[in-house]
Design a protein around this ligand. Structure first.
Ligand code: DNO
Length: 426
């Protein structure tokens, strides 16, 4: 085990060995995570190091070390997700549970004891809680109201409360009012499964219609969807009113204000902020959207040029516009992608799109190219299968749209299969 150079860094991060107890890996300070901030060790260096780490109980961490990236799986929490941690444990290669306190409204402080409760649930399975998705940003921050400063203070406190639990990445979005937007949550794919679907013609109409449709699932199945909090949706007209006058330029300016305010705390806490791409990547219902293409990503990374200001590069969100080439963004901004969402999308000529299985040829997103781009760039970060289809009896009431167990598990295996092949050829 001692010979497994570099591996110790992860052990320390995991709290398995206290910092400094083992020989220091070349070029690394004791306790410094290969995933955390500061100087990064290239994955190519890691690949040259011994791959055999014999300790069985540390298997998960070993896999992460050997691969240069960590495989995550989104989980909605005890009592809030039909999928069990014991189910996820059986998917080979998953090391991170991508989690959140889903009962929290945007702007509320996440308390230490609430976070500790999640840690207690994950610990027996050996999963880490390095990635939070999402700590949602209050609308007043996006709109730029005077009340934003208090909400920013709350956000900073949440980051401080998360840091001692080893959280390294916080995903969030900066979309006005709506998070992801779809017109059909369980659309037949044609093979007996269903998937999320976007019918372009429907979105041009009344936002209330779409909100009511999504909320009908909440009412019927007592299931809330992140970004679609009933409390916010109940005030939809008021929210639209407040966003009047928030142009794209103002939204960028409010975004910059927020990021500049929290960056010092991110440094202090060693937590990377990883913004999610807009989904879909175009304006909807007259609301501006920022993360629409590669130029917007370039602009954002320069706007606040800080290594803690990062991306959650969601392949399927961006590629809902077929002109967006996600692999190019991976190659250009490797070091600023803290978290990768792998989602496949199939486009239709009328502007509709359907979500698809992760296998490259099942959609148009270029999953193979994207994985290859991550691999070949020596990327280190967290990755997860994003939306899957609903399979084998999964449907409304049993799973959250896009977040069934089976297709995401197949997605993990596909991604790891591609990755292993690339590794063996490297
Ligand atoms: C959809 C997710 C998004 C994402 C948020 C991040 O399933 O990818 O809802 O979690 O936009 O804040």
């Amino acid at each position: 085990l001692l010979r497994c150079v570099g591996y110790k860094i992860i052990m320390e991060t995991a709290g398995v060995f206290p910092s400094g107890e083992l020989e220091t890996a070349e070029g690394k300070e004791p306790g410094q995570s290969i995933y955390g901030g500061g100087e990064k060790e290239s994955v190519n260096t890691l690949r040259e190091k011994p791959r055999r780490c014999p300790s069985a109980e540390l298997e998960l961490r070993k896999e992460a070390f050997c691969m240069g990236m960590q495989m995550g799986f989104r989980w909605y929490g005890e009592g809030n997700d039909d999928i069990k941690l014991s189910d996820i444990k059986q998917i080979p290669g998953v090391t991170s549970i991508v989690w959140a306190l889903h009962s929290k409204l945007p702007g509320e402080i996440w308390e230490v004891d609430e976070i500790a409760e999640v840690q207690k649930q994950l610990e027996p399975y050996g999963f880490n809680m390095d990635v939070v998705e999402s700590v949602n940003v209050h609308d007043d921050i996006k709109i730029g109201l005077p009340t934003r400063d208090q909400y920013i203070e709350n956000y900073k406190q949440t980051l401080r409360n998360l840091a001692p639990f080893g959280v390294k990445v916080v995903t969030y979005n900066f979309m006005p009012i709506f998070d992801w937007t779809r017109t059909d949550l369980f659309h037949p794919v044609g093979d007996g499964s269903t998937a999320l679907y976007y019918e372009a013609a429907k979105i041009k109409q009344d936002p209330r219609e779409m909100a009511d449709y999504v909320m009908s699932f909440t009412e019927k199945y007592h299931m809330t969807f992140p970004g679609w909090e009933p409390e916010r949706m109940a005030k939809l007209d008021e929210l639209f009113e407040k966003y009047k006058g928030v142009t794209k330029e103002k939204l960028w300016a409010n975004f910059k204000y927020f990021l500049e305010a929290i960056m010092p705390t991110c440094h202090e806490c060693d937590i990377k902020m990883a913004v999610h791409m807009d989904d879909p990547p175009w304006d909807i219902f007259g609301l501006p959207r920022l993360f629409t293409d590669a130029a917007a990503v370039d602009y954002f990374l320069k706007l606040v040029d800080d290594p803690y200001n990062c991306l959650t590069l969601c392949s399927g969100s961006l590629n809902a516009n077929p002109d967006n080439n996600v692999a190019d963004i991976v190659r250009k901004h490797t070091g600023r992608i803290a978290f990768a969402h792998i989602r496949n999308v199939k486009h239709f000529p009328n502007g509709d799109f359907s979500e698809a299985a992760h296998r490259d040829c099942c959609g148009d997103t270029g999953i193979l190219d994207i994985l290859k781009a991550y691999h070949d760039a020596g990327w280190e970060g967290y990755i997860r299968p994003d939306h899957g289809r609903h399979l084998w009896g999964e449907g409304p009431g049993t799973v959250r749209p896009g977040y069934g167990l089976y297709d995401r598990a197949l997605g993990v295996m596909y991604m790891l299969g591609v990755w292993d092949t690339l590794e063996s050829e490297a």
